[in-house]
Design a protein around this ligand. Structure first.
Ligand SMILES: [Zn+2]
Length: 272
């Protein structure tokens, strides 16, 4: 599933193709991708508008339009946004195509059909639900400590909770906990100040490295060019990568935490 580094990569690589461009049409191959409006209404409100900005909030992409609307997208489990410069047949699982005045098409491909598009008037519709952005200056060890204070849920679940921190999901939560040497079932509120500092450093380092590597292409994530990212080659435990701990050479364990497959090293990450 695309997480912060994947969505950030999509944003960075889409921008040169879309900023200042006018939307000339949207074709839907699966109208269920549009939430809260009919696909016809969505289309008629968007045609003719210019894209003036693109931002990421957590795992959401927010397109600023010249009218009063924001077009919001979420790639969910399996979505990709692909840039196409010609009019060749769209790939299998294409759910929508955005046509720009340059002739460029942005293809929303989504095998599992969880992806979503909305039209909103106010950015806070999205941002009010989200916790702090982990790579912004106002995210500090003190903020992380405050978000975890008294929380009795497993730290793994809290890291994946978008209202606690924005943008982290299953893969990067496992990687950050391994790097910080914290067991995924520890209660959030039980972490010591030293552990919170380690976790804070790990979150930032893991996410920055993954962005530099253009995201992780384990399943169904592609960059707008159609190329895969390479961040998963750096994974130590996520998805059981390599299946032994690179420190101890013992098998990586898999447990389920709140319905999510969770990978860790029982020696690096001792449950205390
Ligand atoms: Zn280990």
């Amino acid at each position: 599933m695309p997480e912060l580094p994947e969505v950030e990569t999509v944003k960075n690589e889409l921008m040169p193709h879309i900023i200042g461009r006018k939307l000339t049409d949207i074709t839907f191959f699966w109208e269920g991708i549009v939430k809260q409006l009919s696909a016809a209404e969505f289309r008629s409100r968007l045609i003719g508008q210019e894209i003036t900005g693109l931002d990421r909030h957590g795992k959401y992409l927010v397109f600023t339009l010249s009218g009063d609307h924001l077009m919001v997208m979420h790639l969910k489990m399996s979505g990709s946004l692909l840039v196409s410069q010609d009019s060749t047949e769209p790939p299998k699982y294409t759910r929508a195509i955005i046509h720009l005045d340059t002739g460029t098409r942005i293809i929303f491909r989504d095998p599992r059909k969880f992806g979503a598009m909305w039209l909103v008037d106010d950015r806070r519709t999205i941002t009010d639900k989200l916790g702090p952005e982990p790579l912004e200056d106002n995210f500090t060890p003190a903020v992380l400590a405050q978000r975890l204070h008294h929380r009795k849920a497993p730290i793994k679940a809290l890291l994946c909770d978008q209202s606690v921190i924005a943008g982290i999901g299953n893969m990067y939560a496992d990687e950050a906990l391994f790097a910080a040497r914290i067991h995924p079932l520890r209660w959030g509120g039980s972490l010591s100040p030293e552990e919170i500092e380690r976790l804070f450093q790990a979150i930032q380092q893991i996410l920055r490295t993954a962005i530099a590597n253009k995201g992780a292409s384990i399943v169904n994530y592609y960059r707008p060019s159609g190329e895969p990212g390479t961040a998963h080659f750096e994974f130590k435990v996520a998805h059981g990568r390599g299946s032994t701990c690179p420190v101890h050479n013992i098998p990586i364990q898999r447990i389920t935490v709140r319905n999510r497959g969770t990978y860790f090293c029982p020696k690096c990450q001792v449950e205390t």
